[in-house]
Design a binder for this molecule. Structure first.
Ligand code: UD1
Ligand code: BG6
Length: 501
């Protein structure tokens, strides 16, 4: 450990030391699961090496893992190993030693690591959450459980006053920090992959309701540029796992620069949840498929609630806020309705399964939907796909349009609708092969003369529409993957948590 640089979580086993294991970590996550074979002993007790080798010799099983999901079928009792700690398992006993930060480094003499005493924590999840249930794949299960995961995300956070007149949002983890956020010079969203896309979907409503400029950063790019982050900034770290290396490094960078750091994560106890000043757990339940689906929609909902909470002190936007809160209450049922498109998306997948490429056009709230839909198709169906900002169509993408290339256009009803109608006309004039997603009842106005395939989705408040609109694209990516014969839950070369830079 004194010699290693970078992030790692390592376990060592040697034939010279039978019945011993050594584990250590820096940066990457590592959990020690403790299964008391007689659960009554040591219940809720502090955890130390002396106590662990229980006096009555009660047997224990110990597990080392980088992810709680792998432990839950064995035990709920875990110890989150911290950076610089060394776990030593020997003859059924365990000791945990900690190296002081700089002590013991090369050149400064050898100091012995100190023994530490830690409390076990209890995982708040059930083993059923990691079963596939009636579904064939985790991704399929996670797409279909979105009405429930969204309900859990909002549970206890949408407050309805007497006769539902005074509706508000309560985010327990942020209530003491809202004033500071409102006063900040700008809000900077930082994330990678799907989490970045979720933040992009929420950006317009946050700008509208907070009045604070909102900028977007892909974590690795912020670090590459060492982009400016100031004390007056609020930085928001969006990460399903809470362990993504680039996002975590960007968090360290923002902390060094004195910004207020807010986390939005799905994993209680994750590095981002622990190291941010405050934040919100999205409570979407554990997500196992590598391609993020239900975490994406829950992230958008939490960020919409964040916008509502920040904007709650402004009278002028009260009607708008109430409309959004009403929309949030209805959202799970609208997503359930969108899930009924499953068979239609399977039929579409059959038509597209042998294509080389798929373009997805969106704008406004649904630029993020275009990026995220294309990312899903790319990462699981292994088909080239690109999300394109429709406003940029004439600056390059239009050259690709011909009779063969399938183009998915998102044209649900919002302030950008007429512009999207004009995009459809222009693509149509170039004989584009169009699939148009529109709000229920709009088919005739987006696609005169049945010249293209239309997918109709339920209409919701504009800022929540990305939550509904992504559902058919998730289903399309899923069915394309199955039909093309690829691994849905563990796509080639990809990992659920990218814990190295
Ligand atoms: C919390 C409890 C929840 C309980 C509710 C009752 C936890 C994890 N949640 O939920 O079980 O039902 O109170 O009022 O105990 N945080 C960060 N960074 C992050 C995410 C969260 O610092 O990235 C902090 C928050 O600022 C907060 C704490 O973690 O202090 C819990 O956050 P969250 O679970 O979102 O809070 P509540 O919804 O209030
Ligand atoms: C990986 C996952 O690339 O990390 C993606 O495969 C995910 O699904 C991305 O969007 C970011 O992860 P997180 O945990 O920070 O949201």
């Amino acid at each position: 450990m004194r010699h290693l640089e970078g992030a790692y979580a390592l376990i060592f086993k040697s034939q010279h030391y039978p019945n011993e294991l050594i584990a250590c970590k820096r940066g990457s996550p590592l959990l020690l699961g403790v299964k008391e074979l007689n659960e009554d002993i040591c219940n809720g007790s502090a955890f130390s090496d002396s106590k662990f080798v229980s006096k009555d010799g009660a047997p224990k099983e110990l597990f080392l893992s980088s992810d709680a999901n792998a432990l839950i079928e064995h035990t709920k009792k875990v110890l989150v190993i911290e950076d610089g700690e060394v776990v030593h398992l020997k003859d059924g006993g365990v000791s945990i030693l900690k190296f002081e930060n700089d002590k013991g480094r090369r050149g400064s003499g050898l100091s012995r690591p100190a023994s530490v005493q830690r409390a076990l924590s209890v995982l708040e999840m059930e083993v059923e959450q990691i079963n596939k249930g009636k579904y064939e794949h985790y991704m399929q299960k996670e797409i279909h459980e979105q009405p429930e995961s969204l309900t859990t995300t909002m549970r206890g956070r949408l407050i309805c006053g007497g006769s539902c007149k005074s509706q508000t949002v309560l985010l327990g983890g942020l209530k003491d920090h809202l004033k500071t956020i409102r006063r900040s010079r700008r809000i900077v969203f930082i994330g990678c992959g799907t989490s970045y896309n979720a933040a992009l979907a929420a950006r317009p409503i946050l700008e509208e309701l907070s009045g604070v400029p909102v900028t977007m950063e892909i974590a690795s790019d912020l670090l590459d540029r060492q982009g400016p982050i100031y004390r007056e900034d609020t930085t928001v770290f969006v990460s399903q796992s809470g362990e993504t290396a680039d996002t975590l490094r960007a968090l360290e960078y923002a902390l060094e620069n004195g910004a207020l750091c807010v986390g939005i994560t799905n994993t209680v106890g994750s590095a981002i949840a622990r190291h941010t000043h405050c934040g919100v757990h999205i409570n979407a339940g554990c997500e196992i498929g590598v391609a993020s689906t239900k975490a994406y929609t829950s992230q958008i909902v939490v960020m919409a609630m964040l916008a509502l909470a920040i904007g709650a002190d402004t009278i002028s936007n009260q009607a708008r806020r109430e409309a959004i809160i009403d929309g949030l209450f209805d959202l799970p049922s609208k997503v359930r309705e969108a899930l009924k498109l499953d068979q239609e998306m399977k039929e579409l997948a059959k038509l597209l399964m042998n294509e080389q490429s798929l373009l997805v056009f969106g704008r406004g709230y649904n630029y993020a939907t275009a990026l995220e839909g294309a990312l899903k198709v790319k990462e699981v169906a292994l088909m080239h796909s690109e999300g394109i900002l429709a406003g940029e169509m004439k600056h390059g993408p239009l050259a690709l349009v011909d009779e063969t290339l399938p183009i998915f256009v998102i044209a649900t009803h919002d302030a950008c609708f007429s512009k999207q109608q004009s995009v459809i006309h222009q693509l149509h004039a170039r004989k584009g092969r169009l699939i148009v997603m529109c709000s229920k009842g709009d088919a005739a106005s987006v696609c005169p003369g049945e010249s293209c395939r239309v997918i109709e989705v339920p209409h919701v408040e504009d800022c929540l529409q990305p939550v509904v609109n992504i559902v058919p694209l998730q289903l399309l990516a899923y069915h394309l993957t199955v039909l093309r014969g690829y691994n849905v839950d563990q796509p080639r070369n990809l990992a659920k948590s990218v814990t190295t830079e």
